[in-house]
Design a protein around this ligand. Sequence first.
Ligand code: DQA
Length: 145
Amino acid sequence: MNLLIINGPNLNLVGKREPSIYGTQTLSDIQEELLTLASQIGAKLNFFQSNSEGDMIDCIQKSVGSIDGILINAGAYTHTSIALRDALLAVGIPYVEIHLSNIYSREEFRQKSFLSDKALGLVCGFGPYSYQLALHAIVNALKQI
Ligand code: DQA
């Protein structure tokens, strides 16, 4: 099972960025942990991070034919980007939405996601562990499709 993990804007700064909200683990720490888990549950991971909406869309479009599922933390684009939603729907690859923080306990503008209703599911609020939960969930879900 070949999975793509997409992280959007400012997630390259996780670990330093607002640690009281996002924790102190860096994105590469999170990715290392995911690789360990992936090797235990039989998934191959491909990582992509960009601060650019267009680059994220290009990456999604290029996934057709090689990627079975996508884990995406789109950062602030979650709340703004119809284009990202359209790209995910255009390729038709099942995806799980991730957030480090619980977006529903924060500002009202974070409580709207353009991705959630079409996602297999949403994991938020567990810090870096959100990614591990989402990895378990997508592997399990894809085995049943
Ligand atoms: C985030 C939540 C978003 O609202 C925010 O813009 C981010 C990070 C999270 O992982 O909690 O950049 O996606």
